[in-house]
Ligand binder design. Structure first.
Ligand SMILES: *Cc1c(COP(=O)(O)O)cnc(C)c1O
Length: 328
């Protein structure tokens, strides 16, 4: 925590705003929108999780059974679960070696192969904070007229060509889960630069109750996905230290680089050039036992663990998960 979170939470108690709306929710959303773009135009709705944000994005784009969603395979299940919630078909896209994120060429091939199918969304991920090649991905998506949903759950504070991650897609998701760069203890946000989509998002996440309707009239099947005013208070405090947290993560990354410098067989996930700025949410390395003198990933993990340093394997790609067996 940064220090001011408790002040906002106390304010919520003192004013009895203990509900899934209130000044902290409004304030947190404004803080995020302002952070992401100083020119305005980014609309934010704070939600209960990043997974909820991605689910909502798919829902708003009316993606369901019979539709195809092309998604980065190398990711966390929070990216892919919502596609399954909606009953859509997943097509997994391989990663490229520069960023470890969705390969634009593989995406183009897949879109070509599926051009007679109902491809309704493309979901790249900024893995461990590293921006995906968003301009290429968006240009290809535009050729096929398919909207991009950007999973920026791990990438708050990262930029690509000086533009903040979370502002590229038709819609994007952030996560404030306990392990992310900043946290509300559990939470997320949906982002869009489209005012109509933003209004629809807020409507659907407040059980789709019609405005000024004291009688509970619903015009759609909605969700109870809004963030509580207490949790948003933590978020407001955390936004004040976001830049500091990014600097700390990047310093950790630098420290590991120095630590492993000169060690054969270790490759870091690295910004390919000056267009990429990663928050380095997690520092990620590949270990090649053939070059490291037989030292394996597990050897390194156990050695770090013995020093009370947590590490773990990278995400297991979704096409290798038992639950997605048989998916293309
Ligand atoms: C954390 C995460 C999510 C989901 O966010 P939650 O807030 O945990 O639901 C989605 N995608 C990626 C890549 C994540 O790391």
């Amino acid at each position: 925590m940064g220090g001011t979170e408790q002040k906002y939470v106390t304010e919520a108690f003192d004013t009895n705003w203990v509900a899934p709306l209130g000044p902290n929710v409004d304030g947190f959303e404004t803080d995020i929108s302002d952070y992401l773009s100083n020119q305005g135009g980014i609309h934010t709705a704070a939600l209960t999780s990043g997974t909820a944000a991605l689910h909502l994005a798919l829902k708003i784009l009316e993606i369901g059974a019979g539709d195809v969603v092309m998604v980065q395979s190398f990711t966390f299940c929070g990216t892919t679960n919502p596609i399954s919630y909606q009953g859509a078909e997943l097509v997994f896209i391989d990663s490229e070696t520069d960023t470890w994120n969705m390969c634009p060429n593989a995406l183009q091939e897949a879109l070509e192969a599926y051009k007679h199918k109902s491809v309704k969304a493309i979901m790249p991920v900024h893995l461990y904070g590293m921006p995906a090649k968003m301009v290429d991905i968006q240009n290809i998506a535009a050729q096929y007229g398919v909207p991009v949903i950007e999973d920026a759950a791990e990438a708050l504070g990262s930029t690509y060509k000086t533009q903040k991650c979370g502002t590229f897609g038709e819609m994007a998701a952030l996560s404030f889960n306990g392990n992310k760069t900043i946290t509300t203890g559990g939470g997320g946000a949906i982002l869009t630069n489209n005012l109509e989509l933003a209004k629809h998002a807020k409507h659907l996440t407040t059980t789709a109750r019609m405005r000024h309707a004291w009688e509970f009239r619903h015009d759609e099947i909605g969700y109870n996905y809004r963030m509580s005013n207490i949790v948003a208070g933590i978020g407001r405090g955390q936004m004040e230290v976001l830049d500091e947290r990014v600097a700390q993560r990047r310093a950790n990354n630098q420290r590991y680089r120095e630590f492993f410098a000169g060690v054969d067989g270790v490759t870091f996930q690295t910004e390919p050039d000056a267009d990429f700025f990663s928050n380095y949410w997690l520092t990620a390395i590949l270990i090649d036992p053939e070059l490291s003198g037989g030292i394996s990933r597990e050897d390194v993990r156990l050695a770090l663990d013995a020093e009370n340093i947590e590490s773990r394997p990278l995400w297991k790609p979704m096409h290798m998960q038992p639950v997605y067996e048989g998916t293309k």
